[in-house]
Design a protein around this ligand. Structure first.
Ligand code: FAD
Ligand code: NAP
Length: 337
């Protein structure tokens, strides 16, 4: 297996950054992954594992191997009266997997419809939307150790899933390639429609009987109406995580900013980062081709020719101004390279 040299990544990241990889190769199954791991290009530096490129920002050329995950396949591994187990290649497109579940009336991922990217990147940040997270339907995953060149299984508790977090984003960062994920879906779906605008949208759609398909359609409609389509405007979704603050810090903030948007999170409070950013005046900001989306302040956008460094610098300015006004430190959700 010979990786290609000086390969353009422009079509491989949803920000549309025009950078190149020193080496590029794709793997389509465990054997080609293992063969790639035996090349000098893999071994001379830690490779960057790439899925759909929808949660990363390239700020410069990537001076190493970019390994593009294309392991496909959805295998039904049976189950019982309540659950079905689906063993899914990490290179499957996440939304295609969701559509497979909807078509088979398997419940659990309908609220996660239309999240861009691959199945294998899902556990990385425990993708979540509308009150559901990947961990809610996760059974186990298989991963390949980048240096040791062996496969290992991770059960749910070993992944240390948190709010947009997992062990793969922290302790084991850049150490594993997630190759397949097994999900546990409900045969008799339980619905979760209480979050955000889902109920309103279902009403608007005239839905009287809840189904996974109806919820998925509602989520798709809401997302299409609110979020910039990366095919039209470069972006990587929410650039920052919603910060969680202690109850005492929240009380002080609420006194000073009675309108602050917040949600209880255990003993703490989750703040809507979009509200904080908007209230620092950033919504709709544009400098050159780098900007903050006009409808959703949490999303940084590339109007065409912005450099990754310009988007990154803009994110730093936003971090500083939110810190100055609210004393809250935002954290970037997007992976920076
Ligand atoms: P990539 O961007 O290719 O990679 C992301 C990170 O994971 C990188 O560090 C990469 O090295 C690593 N990685 C990728 N695949 C593997 C693998 N197989 N093994 C090991 N490491 C790997 N996220 C949400 O959680 N909820 C949302 O609602 C949501 N909405 C979005 C909406 C839009 C419009 C956009 C553009 C993004 C949104 N995102 C959302 C972010 C993004 O879609 C998810 O984080 C997604 O899981 C990223 O998948 P990817 O395949 O594109 O990952
Ligand atoms: P929204 O519905 O306008 O809500 C704004 C924020 O408030 C969200 O970030 C959400 O937090 C929080 N929120 C809303 N209702 C809540 C509830 N009942 N309980 C707790 N928290 C609540 O958000 P949006 O921007 O349109 O996004 C809708 C969903 O899609 C959200 O879950 C969001 O995370 C997800 N999304 C994620 C990305 C990404 O790139 N990560 C991009 C777009 C959308 P949470 O974010 O914690 O859910």
């Amino acid at each position: 297996m010979k990786p290609e040299e000086n390969y353009s990544l422009r079509g491989y990241n949803t920000f549309g950054m025009d950078v190149s990889a020193r080496y590029f190769a794709k793997f389509t199954n465990e054997d080609t992954l293992d063969a790639l791991a035996r090349t000098k290009e893999w071994q001379e530096s830690n490779p960057l594992i790439l899925g759909g490129g929808s949660n990363l920002l390239f700020t410069k050329d990537v001076d190493k191997l970019v390994a593009y995950n294309q392991i496909k396949g959805i295998e039904n591994r049976g189950g019982d009266d309540e659950y079905v187990y689906l063993h899914v290649g990490a290179g499957e497109v996440w939304h295609d997997f969701v559509m497979y579940c909807i078509a088979n009336n398997y419940g659990g991922v309908e609220n996660l419809s239309l999240i861009p990217g691959s199945v294998g990147a899902g556990p990385m940040q425990n993708i979540g939307a509308y009150g559901v997270e990947l961990k809610d339907v996760f059974h186990e995953l298989e991963a390949y150790h980048i240096e040791g060149r062996y496969f290992v299984k991770f059960r749910a508790h070993e992944c240390h899933f948190g709010y947009r977090e997992s062990v793969f984003k922290n302790k084991f960062r850049n150490q594993f390639v997630i190759s397949r994920v097994t999900f546990k879906l409900r045969k008799q779906p339980k619905f979760n429609t209480t979050y955000g605008a889902i109920e309103k949208e279902l009403e608007k759609m005239g839905v009287h009987e809840l189904t996974v398909k109806a919820i998925s359609d509602a989520v798709i409609n809401i997302r299409r109406s609110k979020l910039p389509d990366p095919a039209k405007i470069g972006n990587a979704g929410s650039f920052f995580k919603n910060p969680v603050v202690s109850a005492s810090q929240f009380e002080i903030l609420k006194l000073k900013f009675p309108e602050i948007v917040s949600y209880p999170s255990g003993d703490d409070y989750k703040l809507a980062a979009g509200w904080l950013i908007e209230n620092c005046g950033w919504k709709g900001f544009r400098e050159g081709d780098a900007g903050v989306h006009k409808d959703q302040a949490l999303v940084l956008v590339n109007y065409g020719g912005a450099k990754g460094k310009e988007i990154f610098d803009l994110s730093t300015r936003i971090l500083s101004s939110v810190h100055e006004k609210f004393g809250v430190d935002l954290e970037r959700e997007v992976n920076i390279y």
